[in-house]
Design a protein around this ligand. Sequence first.
Ligand code: ACM
Ligand code: ZN
Length: 722
Amino acid sequence: MKKANIIKHSWGAGVLCALVLASCAGGNPDAVCLIPKPAEMQMHGGFFKADSSMILAPDGEKVRYVVDSALAGVGDEGYRLTVDGDGIELKAATEAGVFYGKQTLLQMLGNEGIPCVEIEDSPRFGYRGLHLDVSRHIFSKEEIMKLIDVMSSYKFNRLHLHLTDAGGWRLKMDKYPRLTSHGAFRTESDWRKWWDGNDRKYLPEGTEGAYGGYYTKDDMRQIVAYAADRFVTIIPEVEFPGHSEEVFAAYPELCCSGKPYTGGDFCIGNPKSYEFMENVLTEIMEVFPSELIHIGGDEAGKQNWKTCPKCQALMRKEGMKSVEELQSHFIHKVEEFVNSKGRRIIGWDEILEGGLAPRASVMSWRGEEAGFKSAAMGHDVVMTPGGYMYLDFYQAFPNTQPYAIGGYTPVKKVYSYNPLPDDSLTADREKHILGVQANTWTEYIKDEKHLEYMMFPRALAVAEIGWTPQSLRDWNDFKVRLNRHVETLHRRGVNAFPLSYEIDFSMEVDTVARQITVAFDAEKYPAEIRYTTDGTVPDASSPVYDKPVVVKDSAHIVAGIFVDGKLMGDVSEKKVDYHRGINKPIHYNSELYPGYMAGGMNALLDGYRGGLTYADQRWQGYLDNLDCVVDMGEQTEIHKVSSRWMQLIGPGVYQPEYVELYVSDNGDDFELCGKIDTDIKQDDSQLKFQEYAFSGNWKGRYVRIKAKNPKGFIFVDEIVIW
Ligand code: ACM
Ligand code: ZN
């Protein structure tokens, strides 16, 4: 074997990069299309003739696997790999390292064998996880094993199973058999009918037509062993003290009212709740060897605690001032118990409220703040912020997708996530960020095909976030490899989303040059993007996108991907205006909702238009009506004023009943110029946008927009004034 001559981070080098792109895009496609990208890699040209049986065999003359606990520089999970024309040498300090090296080899294996290469690789984070909710919908043991198989190919090492929730209790317990005989089946599979439709009733096991199921401990032990063989730890989650409606269908005495169907929270004042917790967790720890035991902690309603005599008595006894302290009291008890068995708890970030248990680890899901705060307090953290890491969110334009819970996390957004941004954390805090996890909640995911469609290929972006040094992560490079791996996943029988033909537009507003530059991107690679700027649908003779489009006034960009002269999928559109209202002062007569300020007071007049989600920091939301006045600075001829609004009734976002335009010379006396009613029905459950555009010839200094909120939220962006 030649001596390794590793060039640090050599993927960035021009020659190698060209080679990688070329081989990923055509030729021998699988040769170096690695996900996650290794930390250090150098190609040497040529191949070692090998097949998968050679790689999977324990050891051989030409294929040498060496576990050497003294091997330095690759950590617990890393490996050093040398492939030349004569053979393969793979060294690691652990069996896990050898396993990951083999995954790299398997990904590199092409028709000609394995390319000659030297790799020194180890993960950025020790925790690289996926989460699966098996409560809202249950998935077969075989599907979970298939998932573990695929995960391990991409070097994930944690699978967090959400085993209990209102959807059903999913693991048979010896001490509490009614959890599965009376809490694992329900009247309906379809969450929209069962939960959203307020049925929410459970049925005894064996009832004809009931939906549900559970795993036996034997099933689960098989899953745990299967995962362990692939260096994946199963982290079990049992929800306390909220999200437990199914428990009270089986054991109503554990909730405050003592009656089923009266809430989802355990009674914190009832000693039986603690007895249940200890008994259940004892059985859980017998099945799952994981050091971390997930105890839920999210979204307890806490309402019943305020009036429950037992909960109130406990608060008085302990001198507690808030129900948050009740939750914290319970979680502390859970932690004491779990610690007494030599394990540790991890919980959703609500466990910070009312006082964090001393040794608890935190899963930061409502953003990143709770995670950074916990790390600063010396607690271990797994980052799983909803805006990036929720794979139950839409991954493409919602109206083209199966119904989902909302949100918008296309793979590019997922990939953009960095658990350790900039230098915001000091090294001693950084070490508490264990890693990253993506969550797949399954309210609206009812079968295995749909599950795979939501998880993949987005999970591959998560794999690379967890493993690859941040300095090597680059979307343009990743998407080339991603496109190849979608094909690989399909060949493996994984129903991955085939990536979208949509165009992603990013805008750059330049207030000095008074222009807006629009760059186009697509998940698909290669992508021949053709476009127009006049609102017409592009065809095979329209210009091909090759550099960002500069807009000095107005453009209605319409773009699509063409293959062999044919438009693929739907076109994407973006209206762009460097309009006269940009950066003009705005005054609000109505109340802005603090949570949806869209990054500032001038968000409606910044030239940036909101995208597909109201959470993109562009849309401004109001629980009030909107009444705002734009000061144009001087008497101005006004010809066109428009505003664009969103409707998404799931989370309570509605079109305004109507929008009115007024103009004034002095800011006191306003003349009504027009009123436009919505033409979108309030019960339309699709994502809908409406632009309310007024045209005419008016003169004035002040432009006023009023919009009537029918109920819930209204969301607007942008106000365009010409
Ligand atoms: C969560 O999404 N409720 C953790
Ligand atoms: Zn109570």
